[in-house]
Design a protein around this ligand. Structure first.
Ligand code: F6R
Length: 241
């Protein structure tokens, strides 16, 4: 079930998402968060950092699980999602690094890494899962065609996704071809999902997620079946609704 909230701009959706995070932390200091990377959650993470600096929120007991990670980037590569999270959130709030988790696969055959992440996740229930959405409707790195009953798995990235992410690398050749990602079924286990989308290039995917048929060709459409999804959109992302 979607609760769709449309705001004027990116800053306002980031603030609205942070408000939900803040409310949860006021009630539950040891909350479990599912986190995403990419451009979209950066405004939310800045707001979380500001609240933590001002002692409005406390992350000492918080546990996090990231959705996904590239495969094949050297350790500490600036574009790895581990580096991204450390730089944009973890090093700037009082979270214990030992409480932060990202999946990590050695290569595209490393099925053990997928099992390990699912086994770790099995001990927790994610209170809030933060999601962005790809222009092709992907969530996490679950590209169109991914089975709705998938758990953590290794994917070959779609050309469009690699092109979208090329801006973070010096050339397309440098963008990894594979990633490890929570599956759709993993994501659906979260108690609450906050999906953020900003900008015109997300408008079609947002429209299909909300109004389209529930089909594996549009991974985000499965969220129609989740009991508690807050969709935070700026005007451009909501322009086709
Ligand atoms: C990243 C992730 C991806 C992104 C999506 C949108 O952890 O899960 O699904 O949310 O590719 O990326 P941005 O926000 O850069 O448009």
């Amino acid at each position: 079930m979607f609760n769709i909230i449309i705001k004027e701009d990116y800053r306002q959706i980031s603030e609205a998402a942070n408000e939900i995070v803040r409310e949860l932390l006021a009630k539950k200091q040891d909350a479990i968060f599912g986190l995403a990377t990419g451009s979209t959650p950066l405004g939310l993470y800045s707001a979380m950092i500001a609240d933590n600096e001002q002692n409005i929120t406390d992350y000492q007991k918080v546990v996090t699980f990231n959705l996904d990670e590239y495969i094949g980037l050297p350790d500490k590569h600036p574009q790895s999602y581990k580096s991204f999270m450390e730089e944009n959130l973890f090093s700037k709030i009082n979270i214990k690094l030992g409480n932060t988790h990202l999946p990590l696969a050695r290569d595209s055959q490393d099925l053990r890494a997928c099992q390990d992440y699912e086994e770790l996740l099995a001990d927790y229930v994610i209170d809030i899962q933060v999601l962005g959405i790809g222009a092709n409707g992907h969530i996490g790195f679950n590209e169109p065609g991914t089975a709705f009953d998938s758990f953590t798995h290794i994917v070959e990235l779609a050309k469009r996704t690699r092109l979208d992410n090329q801006r973070f690398f010096s050339s397309l050749d440098e963008v990894p071809t594979h990633a490890i990602t929570m599956g759709i079924a993993t994501i659906m286990k979260a108690k609450k999902i906050i999906l953020l989308a900003s900008g015109e290039n997300k408008a079609q995917a947002v429209f299909e997620m909300i109004n389209g048929p529930i089909v594996e060709e549009m991974p985000a459409s499965i969220l129609q079946k989740h009991p508690n999804v807050i969709v935070l959109l700026d005007k451009a992302a909501a322009s086709k609704l």
